[in-house]
Design a protein around this ligand. Structure first.
Ligand code: ADP
Ligand code: AMP
Length: 213
């Protein structure tokens, strides 16, 4: 099972990808999480990625594609994976398609979590992420049991720098310019499925499970 999550920043890709990964027993691979882990560990890749992320821009394809291909070549991906935040450009999608074709394989579904722009800024300003394990919450919709403390590991929850409204607007523009064309790309391949991401997260998940079976 190879699934791609599409959708604007803050649409709920990560929230749903984690639930899919758990239900179907495949790894959840978020390129954003990989970059943030590298930033935390102050690796060369992390320092390079940070320059782009802080401005709401995309990390260049050369860097992103390499880390993704390395990740999906690992043993735990043998039975599939859920990609969250990759691909984000047509060239990234083409590299993935070609890499899978070489293995006589292909992505099964690209799931577009559809949320209008008007809802996005509110979603992002309410998102809180755990500094330690990366779990995400929303101060109104999906609050932690104790304010600002991660339910899973007890660490502090923070507002990501790139979730501040001025950066979110940049990220939305980048999404429309560079990522939205993927909707046509996967529609043409016959594997695009759209779910209404404005519903409650459990209802969105039910809709996804109906698609995946
Ligand atoms: P993405 O991975 O697409 O950037 P997230 O999964 O991190 O988005 O979700 C963005 C924010 O919206 C988070 O704070 C999350 O808790 C919240 N969220 C996710 N799904 C829903 C939903 N269906 N309804 C309301 N809030 C949601
Ligand atoms: P995310 O956690 O998916 O919202 O990603 C956070 C940031 O990481 C994005 O705004 C980009 O700067 C960068 N990023 C994550 N995935 C990609 C990708 N596939 N291509 C380019 N940049 C990415």
């Amino acid at each position: 099972m190879k699934i791609i999550m599409l959708g604007a920043p803050g649409a709920g890709k990560g929230t749903q990808a984690k639930m899919i990964a758990e239900k179907y027993g495949v790894p959840h691979i978020s390129t954003g999480d990989i970059f943030r882990a590298n930033i935390k560990n102050q690796t060369e890749l992390g320092m390079e990625a940070k320059k782009y992320m802080d401005e709401g821009k995309l990390v260049p394809d050369e860097l992103t594609v390499k880390i993704l291909l390395d990740r999906v070549a690992k043993e735990d991906c043998a039975n599939g994976y859920v990609l969250d935040g990759f691909p984000r450009t047509i060239p990234q999608a083409e590299v993935l398609t070609e890499a899978l074709e070489k293995l006589n394989d292909a992505v099964d579904y690209a799931i577009d979590v559809d949320v209008p722009d008007e809802n996005i800024v509110k979603r992002m300003s309410g998102r809180r992420a755990c500094v330690n394990c990366g779990a995400t919450y929303h101060i109104v919709h999906i609050p932690p049991k104790t304010e600002n403390i991660c339910d899973k590991c007890g660490s502090e929850l923070i507002l990501r720098d790139d979730d501040k409204p001025e950066t979110v607007l940049n990220r939305l523009k980048v999404y429309h310019d560079q990522t939205q064309p993927l909707i046509d790309y996967y529609t043409q391949k016959g594997i695009l499925r759209t779910v209404d991401g404005t519903k409650d997260m459990k209802d969105v998940f039910e809709d996804i499970v109906k698609i995946l079976g």
